[in-house]
Design a protein around this ligand. Structure first.
Ligand code: SF4
Length: 338
């Protein structure tokens, strides 16, 4: 697929690359929080929401110095509290992960399965400094990264300050962004915020995710993420449950796309599955065209029947050229920009 070199949907991202705008997380660090972070949850959320008003007022103005205690510290505190009764994603396991308990994703401490300069992402993103976490909130039967997504204990724990130094080094070497992925980055939200606390370079932050987050998790990402790089998989709840073991998919994912688009710029990926045009590809593309402005759409053709896909007749083969062209042409007809 041929992409526009500088799609208008990513205007602010290109301005960060040109040094004309500041990555959101650095703006968060410049907003002082003078209140005690030991207050109860409701009080902290109220302060958070007030400070986000300040964040948006200053979004494209001059950015001040990093504060000793900032809006980012407040977000870290709230994220740690969520981990005690984990509801980063809509599985809402309620386990105390700080106590070593495991929920559905199996992630306790964040573990990095691999990190490298990625040259295989959309062309405006590369080279993309990509951090793959172990574990996932989904169990897709065709997962291409199943060896890490379904093995939350694989990989290594890296101290946030060490990973922050690596981000800075990668930026010096030409990385255009930090690309948080997995598995899925959602169980690692607190760790990611903690890492950014130790980081000081003007580099855009990408949330590369299945978007099955809770509203609280999305609020914590507000003011941090510059581009949501979303993976919109299914056009209905039945396919989502059957192929990824996830409930209430459609309502949660559409809600989150609405919110995330208001919080940042957006690239939506849709991996076309064989035999899933009518039930998935079509309703997804129609919904996006109707509900989201100024996003960049990537209809993807690289499906391979990996992992357990052999047990599912409908997806136990590669996509045909005709199937992909049908999906791509449909997207174009709806006016979605690649
Ligand atoms: S992030 Fe993991 S532990 Fe937390 S709610 Fe989701 S699946 Fe459960």
């Amino acid at each position: 697929m041929i992409f526009e070199t500088k799609p208008s949907a990513l205007k602010r991202y290109f301005e960060i690359l040109d040094g004309k705008k500041t990555a959101r997380y650095l703006i968060c660090k410049s907003i002082e929080v003078s209140e005690n972070l030991n207050l109860d949850d409701d009080e902290l959320w109220k302060i958070h929401d007030d400070k986000m008003g300040e964040f948006y007022t200053g979004l494209d103005g001059n950015v001040g110095e990093t504060q000793r205690v900032s809006l980012l510290d407040l977000k870290i505190e709230l994220a740690k509290r969520i981990m005690k009764n984990c509801h980063f994603c809509e599985r809402r396991c309620g386990v105390n992960r700080l106590d070593g308990k495991k929920g559905y994703c199996g992630v306790t401490d964040s573990r990095v399965a691999s990190e490298f300069m990625h040259y295989g992402e959309e062309q405006e993103l590369v080279p993309s400094y990509t951090v793959f976490f172990s574990g996932c909130t989904f169990s897709c039967v065709y997962c291409q990264n199943w060896d890490i997504s379904q093995n939350p204990d694989s990989g290594v724990y890296a101290k946030p300050e060490i990973l922050a130094r690596i981000i800075e080094m990668r930026k010096e070497k030409g990385a255009k962004n930090t690309n948080w992925v997995g598995g899925d980055p959602t169980p690692n939200l607190a760790y990611i915020l903690e890492t950014l606390k130790h980081c000081d370079v003007n580099i855009a932050q990408l949330w590369n995710s299945n978007m099955y987050l809770t509203l609280d998790a999305l609020k914590l990402l507000d003011g941090i993420i510059d581009i949501y790089l979303t993976d919109f998989k299914y056009g209905n709840n039945e396919c989502a449950f059957r192929l990824s073991n996830v409930r209430e998919y459609w309502g949660i994912i559409t809600r989150n796309h609405h919110i995330a688009r208001k919080q940042g710029e957006m690239i939506i990926r849709h991996l076309v599955l064989p035999n899933h045009f009518e039930c998935c590809t079509k309703p997804i593309l129609e919904w996006i065209a109707k509900n989201l402005d100024d996003i960049r759409m990537n209809v993807m053709d690289q499906y391979r029947p990996e992992y357990k896909a052999g047990n599912y007749e409908d997806i136990n083969r590669r996509l045909t050229r005709e199937e992909f062209i049908k999906a791509y042409e449909f997207s174009k007809r709806l006016g979605l920009k690649p």
